[in-house]
Ligand binder design. Structure first.
Ligand SMILES: NC(=O)c1ccc[n+]([C@@H]2O[C@H](COP(=O)([O-])OP(=O)(O)OC[C@H]3O[C@@H](n4cnc5c(N)ncnc54)[C@H](OP(=O)(O)O)[C@@H]3O)[C@@H](O)[C@H]2O)c1
Length: 280
């Protein structure tokens, strides 16, 4: 019998997850499939209720359903509980279970791209205060980074996040970023700015140390204006595509029983798909 998994979102047509999981299914010779399922918000509760009988072994959950998924599972892993969001589901004995692999994806990509980064990272500055920042902040707190600044256009949202993490973050307004940029050893863009169809993140990088790592979690385009500018002045950079690839690995293992590798071949496959779509 074919093992089937899916990505559940709304919209979901843009998702690269099928490309990634189908690549790994082929590499490991598994008779499986991975599809997109677009479920509108008014139908999502019922969809999760019926999931154990759906014929899918599991699924990824993406925007805007991660929080609903968290509420619907009977048990979530510690990371999902800390984030209040689930991006991976599976079922056992008719019951739905969930986990979050976003934190793992963010950190694994950083580890792979800049080994030993945490030794130099005294101050991390994250721009943005949405769902992605929540996962990144959790990962950096776990790594015991002493000073974590969250800079957001809407300062109240950064303050809410700092309250969620019991004061372990310093919330600032994006308009007050400059003094913090000077201190940064790791700078992360976790806003939607820089994405295809969005304005770029306009940032004067001149106060930034040349040794500071610049990590943009936006992956379409592959190299954002921020990464281009950082690379041009000699900063080490980390691209967002690696986060997407790494977060997929534990989910694949959960459903199909094999831990897959994030290889240069997989990266090239997804990168060329992104480039092809960008030209259209
Ligand atoms: N590489 C990966 O695997 C990966 C994983 C997750 C997410 N992402 C990417 O990360 C980005 C953020 O995702 P998310 O889920 O956190 O989104 P989200 O919850 O909607 O948050 C969006 C963030 O962007 C900020 N923002 C939007 N427009 C802005 C503008 N014009 N000026 C300043 N700030 C602006 C928002 O600020 P306000 O609070 O002021 O509105 C908010 O902090 C997306 O591009 C997503 O594709 C990548």
């Amino acid at each position: 019998m074919k093992l089937r998994a899916c990505v559940i979102g709304h919209p979901v047509a843009h998702s690269r997850s099928p490309l990634i999981h189908k690549y790994w299914l082929a590499v490991h010779g598994i008779a499986g499939d991975y599809t997109r399922v677009d479920v509108p918000p008014e139908k999502i509760e019922r969809f999760f209720d019926d999931f154990p009988k759906s014929g899918y072994v599991g699924g990824n959950v993406t925007i805007p359903h991660k929080e609903v998924a968290f509420r619907k599972v009977v048990e979530a892993d510690p990371v999902a509980r800390a984030l209040g969001a689930v991006n991976t589901i599976w079922h056992k004995d008719g019951k739905l279970y969930g986990a979050s692999t976003d934190v793992y994806g963010f950190i694994a990509n950083l580890n792979r791209s800049q080994p030993g980064w945490e030794k130099q990272a005294k101050t991390a500055v994250i721009i943005g205060a949405g769902g992605a920042t929540r996962a990144i902040a959790y990962g950096l707190i776990e790594k015991k980074i002493p000073n974590i600044v969250v800079a957001n256009r809407t300062r109240a949202r950064a303050q809410d996040l700092a309250a969620h993490f019991e004061g372990k973050l310093v919330p600032v307004a994006l308009s007050n970023l400059m003094p913090h940029l000077r201190e940064a050893d790791l700078l992360v863009n976790a806003t939607s700015l820089g994405m295809t169809g969005q304005p770029p993140l306009m940032l004067d990088l001149s106060p930034l140390k040349k040794s500071a790592i610049v990590y943009d979690i936006v992956y379409a385009p592959l190299e954002t204006e921020l990464l281009k500018a950082a690379r041009a002045r000699g900063n080490p950079v980390v691209e967002g595509l690696g986060m997407l690839l790494h977060q997929a690995a534990p989910a694949f293992e959960r459903w199909f029983g094999v831990r897959p590798e994030v290889t240069p071949e997989l990266r090239a496959l997804v990168a060329s798909d992104l480039a092809r779509k960008a030209k259209r």
